[in-house]
Design a protein around this ligand. Structure first.
Ligand SMILES: [Zn+2]
Length: 649
């Protein structure tokens, strides 16, 4: 919406340009299709290739080796044998299939498509005549026992992941074979649950957001209504149902919630579903979403974007309870946080949500996978004594396939649209073709982001597109951003809900130069976060840094960073796949009663830690040497890989 139109004439044909405030809520934002964005940068592009060629095949191989795929063949009577593994293992197969479908969307691969078809055939064989599907109940617990423990047995959670995978598969291949299985399952759910039928919810949210996707894919509104039923039934206990409690976000109706509680992945998926309801016209969830967002972002989120601080219950802790070494910050919870914030951005058009997507994506999500693409963190601590290591797989393997499916969709986070506006949310070199109501706009981005903040965008609208608004996200970490159009500076920018908006008529070849200064920043935590009192974290651009022992004479926990330490950035193309490191002069504590030594230190991007020699790692560095540890390390190692018995996915 234009509030004023007082632009100026540029030398090279961008005729009218405004930077202005938008006071009304942006309307009807849409995400762009995965095929609209082709990245060619040095950061994401190689990771996308590795996801396709290493991570997804690795995930399928592990699903084969651990019997996850055989479970379907056995449930479908295609082979003999018992159920293998944990009761929610079906979901891992579905999640890798979803990742593979995204990969197929952008890169055709006949072999992968055939592999998926063979898998779909096994899944279809495992489906019961009434549409029910779950290999644990079919092979082990007994079909007569199904839905007797919705609280803890993940039947609808697994089904939700199947639906998401089937929708992605339809979009990628135009084939209905997988979707038909999903529809049959959803119809079975619709016949079983709902108003006047059985009142219940799954202990692990996921089915809700999946049903919204299925409604979009099929045009059948009954799936949307069923998804809404599952959201609304939480905390209600209609039909005499006993509530499952806080851990399951089933303690009060979602509209009355004001805090993030319980199991962090479950909470984040529920928040996705509540936002999906708002996106589909039901605003009743919005006040709760706003309150919970502030609770998460201001009180319960790590600087890496990670959420769910507690090991016990993989859960949110109290406000400001964000320990570093014992941080849980499950990779899946980070992904859930990003998926939710992406939806909140689509709902509101506000940049602060895209900021969180960026924060998680470059830090707390990306730490979940090694540089080679075949090992994964389940928990993402912000300090370590060198005992945390990524593993190729887990008995409870929710994270590895979740990494694969989120990574595959990163290009989709780059843009969104609303009417005749284009939001640029992620800066990465590449080409995009954005569809507006009147026609297409081609955008070429040239940038070294996230290592440098210069972004050159070349805009080429098709003939039918006369004018539109280009909204450039100005991240909250950035001060002093500048924009020039065809070489002419726009002067001071107005912050329009996290964006600089350029509105006007465009000509093919118009060039926007955006500069986002990236000084090294010393971040301080809220003083109520006890673990970080007297400490600072280093951030440059969107990247959060850590110090690792391997770069710092074999230790990290003995280092301190005095307030006046000079810090410099240095790009090292050969290190850790090419990273900008931060160098500086710090202090290293020695043995008790010995004076501290002045030392050169090097910090590397947090996401890249534990890719070399094992050793200590610290994100929050003490400013005062007295908070650093003396030599030798006085404490025994804390092993933070999770206790599998507590897993809830
Ligand atoms: Zn996980």
């Amino acid at each position: 919406m234009r509030l004023k139109q007082t632009g100026f004439l540029c030398v090279l044909c961008v005729s009218v340009v405004n930077i202005f405030f938008t006071k009304t809520m942006a309307q009807e934002l849409k995400e762009v299709p995965l095929t609209a964005v082709k990245l060619s940068d040095d950061f994401w592009s190689p990771r996308l290739v590795r996801n396709r060629t290493v991570t997804i095949p690795h995930n399928f191989k592990m699903c084969e080796e651990t019997g996850r795929i055989a479970n379907f063949a056995r449930a479908g009577k295609l082979e003999a044998g018992p159920h293998q593994g944990l009761l929610f293992n079906d979901s891992d197969v579905y999640k890798v299939m979803e990742a593979a479908a995204y990969a197929l969307t952008t890169d055709r691969d006949a072999k992968l498509e055939q592999y998926l078809d063979a898998l779909v055939a096994k899944i279809a064989a495992a489906q019961q005549p009434d549409g029910y599907i779950n290999t644990f109940y079919t092979l082990k617990a007994g079909l007569d026992k199904r839905y007797t423990n919705l609280k803890d047995h993940h039947e609808l959670y697994c089904g939700g992941h199947m639906i998401e995978a089937a929708v992605a598969h339809l979009r990628a291949t135009n084939k209905r074979n997988f979707l038909d299985v999903a529809v049959k399952f959803a119809d079975h759910l619709d016949a079983t649950f709902g108003e006047g039928k059985r009142y219940d919810v799954d202990g692990h949210e996921e089915i809700e957001l999946a049903l919204f996707k299925l409604a979009d894919a099929t045009g059948d509104e009954k799936y949307r209504r069923l998804g809404e039923f599952f959201v609304r039934e939480r905390g209600r206990g209609q039909g005499g149902r006993k509530l499952y409690g806080v851990y399951y976000q089933d303690h009060k109706p979602t509209t009355q919630a004001s805090e993030a509680v319980g199991h962090a992945v479950r909470q984040s998926y529920l928040l996705c579903a509540m936002t999906d309801m708002c996106l589909r016209g039901d605003a009743t969830q919005k006040p709760a979403l706003d309150k919970i967002w502030r609770d998460v972002v201001e009180r319960k989120m790590y600087v890496t974007g990670g959420i769910g601080a507690k090991h016990e219950g993989e859960a949110f802790g109290d406000a400001y309870d964000l320990p570093n070494e014992s941080a849980y910050a499950e990779t899946c919870a980070g992904i859930g946080n990003a998926l939710w914030n992406h939806r909140m951005h689509l709902l509101t058009g506000e940049g602060k949500y895209a900021d969180v997507v960026e924060q998680v994506t470059y830090n707390g999500f990306l730490s979940g996978i090694n540089l080679a693409g075949d090992k994964f963190f389940y928990v993402n601590p912000l300090a370590s004594r060198g005992k945390h290591h990524r593993l190729p797989w887990y008995d409870c393997a929710c994270c590895p396939p979740n990494v694969a499916r989120y990574l595959a969709t990163v290009p989709q986070r780059a843009y969104s649209t609303a009417g005749d506006a284009i939001y640029v949310n992620l800066y990465a070199a590449g080409d995009a073709t954005i569809e507006l109501s009147k026609g297409k706009v081609a955008i070429k981005q040239m940038t070294r982001y996230p290592w440098a903040g210069d972004v050159k965008l070349t805009i080429t609208p098709s003939k039918e597109v006369k004018d539109f608004a280009l909204k450039l996200r100005i991240p909250q970490w950035c001060q002093g951003a500048t924009v020039a159009i065809n070489g002419k500076s726009l002067g001071e920018l107005v912050n329009d809900k996290g964006y600089a908006t350029i509105d006007g008529a465009w000509s093919a070849g118009d060039v926007i130069d955006l500069n986002l200064p990236m000084p090294i920043r010393r971040i301080k935590a809220d003083p109520r976060v006890k673990a970080n009192v007297g400490r600072v974290a280093l951030q440059r651009g969107p990247i959060v840094y850590c110090v690792e022992a391997v770069d710092n004479n074999g230790r990290a926990m003995n280092l301190s960073l005095p307030p006046d330490a000079e810090l410099t950035a240095e790009h090292r193309g050969q290190l850790l796949g090419g990273v900008t490191v931060i160098n500086g002069q710090g202090l290293a504590r020695q043995k008790e009663n010995e004076p501290a030594k002045s030392v050169e230190f090097t910090a590397v991007p947090y996401y890249a830690w534990d890719n070399r020699e094992a050793g200590e790692m610290v994100v929050w560095l003490p400013e005062d040497i007295s908070l650093a540890e003396a030599i030798p390390s006085p404490k025994s190692a804390v092993v933070a890989q999770p206790d599998q018995s507590q897993k809830g996915n």
